[in-house]
Design a protein around this ligand. Structure first.
Ligand code: DNO
Length: 355
């Protein structure tokens, strides 16, 4: 496994490459061209520039998170082929630069959703949290303004203002899209891009829906073992795989993460490993990575990844905001670095015990 950290680029991240370089065991970052819009073809010069910047700092781009999918592709509208062509061009350009893992999601309208970006815990740290009851009560405008007011001034991935300005129009677009339609649009997209992925050995890693159930009446399909297996079998290619995100799948206590990892053997291209604390139905707080701080068994998760021979990229995921750090919510340096140290400790013992 290669330990990485997510990095949003100099302009958007409070964490620097120099800091990331000093976290023991981290050799790469996963990043994106954060100022490109879904559907846009990525410029070769921009790809090369960010690659150089990362390499000059002694790291490598281990993957892209994310190349976002244009809504026309998700909805299956008449102009989708144009956007798929653009996506393929971007993939070719990444492939030529030897960037070979691409994380993406197929969530309608919203990427991840939370009801609070800075819930204060007993230890004084703050975390992202979700409460379905609050979400049900809140109207969209209020949600958007609360996301904005607690984001420490950072633009949140998936909640970019340009996108949120079109929120009503986006809801309208998805009016006739149900789970089956979404699955068939995903299949159409994957079938179109797989030849290019295979040519450059680019591993597509779909991110599960977060939380792992429908929100705001919108369909959501990447929520459980059955649907993830449907995804990996419906388009049969070694490049069609998943991002195993423990926090997203783990938001639903019915998802048995260890079992999901075993059933996806060979299909996991990227792992996001984080812990959450279940607080009741449809309610959870994010937690420190340590197993005892939340509801997930992080040792069992890492052990299963190790045992199925997963040797792809892994990253700690959302951390708490600690020690006074002001960052993009979930993406500070300190708690994610603690997460790396902890996950590396588990890995070292697994490797030594495994010999
Ligand atoms: C949130 C992230 C997601 C993820 C995308 C992948 O913090 O886990 O935004 O990057 O869903 O496309």
């Amino acid at each position: 496994m290669e330990m990485t950290l997510r990095w949003f680029g100099k302009k958007f991240d409070s964490v620097t490459l120099e800091q990331i370089r000093q976290i023991p065991g981290v050799t790469g970052v996963v990043t994106t061209l954060y100022d490109t819009m879904p559907g846009e073809v990525w410029k070769v010069e921009k790809i090369r520039a960010i690659k150089k910047e990362v390499e000059d700092a002694g790291l490598r781009i281990a993957g892209i998170e994310s190349v976002n999918i244009h809504d026309s592709i998700k909805v299956g509208s008449d102009d989708r082929d144009k956007y798929i062509e653009n996506y393929i061009t971007t993939l070719e350009r990444l492939g030529k630069e030897k960037i070979d893992v691409v994380c993406y999601n197929f969530m309608p309208v919203f990427d991840w959703t939370r009801s609070d970006l800075a819930k204060v815990r007993n230890d004084g740290s703050t975390v992202l949290s979700y409460d379905q009851e609050l979400i049900d009560k809140i109207n969209l405008e209020n949600l958007l303004s609360s996301m904005d007011s607690k984001s420490n001034g950072f633009e949140l991935p998936g909640w970019e203002p340009q996108r949120m300005a079109r929120i009503k129009e986006l809801f309208e677009l998805y009016r006739d899209v149900d789970n089956e339609k979404l699955f068939s649009n995903l299949k159409y997209f994957l079938e179109a891009i797989m030849p290019t992925c295979e040519k450059y050995n680019i591993k597509m890693a779909i991110h599960p829906d977060d939380p792992a159930w429908p929100v705001f009446g919108l369909p959501r399909i990447m929520t459980c073992k059955e649907n993830l297996l449907r995804l990996v079998t419906m388009v049969d290619s070694p490049c069609n795989g998943v991002t195993l995100c423990t926090g997203s799948l783990g938001s639903n206590p019915n998802n048995d993460i260890v079992d999901i990892i075993k059933s996806l053997k060979g299909k996991i291209h990227f792992a996001h490993v984080r812990n959450i604390k279940h607080l009741g139905k449809g309610k959870f707080d994010e937690a420190a990575h340590l197993s005892s701080d939340g509801s997930l068994d992080m040792y069992a998760i890492m052990k299963t990844l190790y045992e199925i021979g997963f040797n792809g990229i892994v990253r700690p995921d959302h951390g708490r905001a600690i020690w006074g750090e002001k960052s993009m919510p979930g993406y500070g340096l300190y708690d994610r670095a603690l997460g790396v140290a902890y996950l590396n400790g588990i890995l070292e013992s697994l490797q030594k015990l495994g010999k």
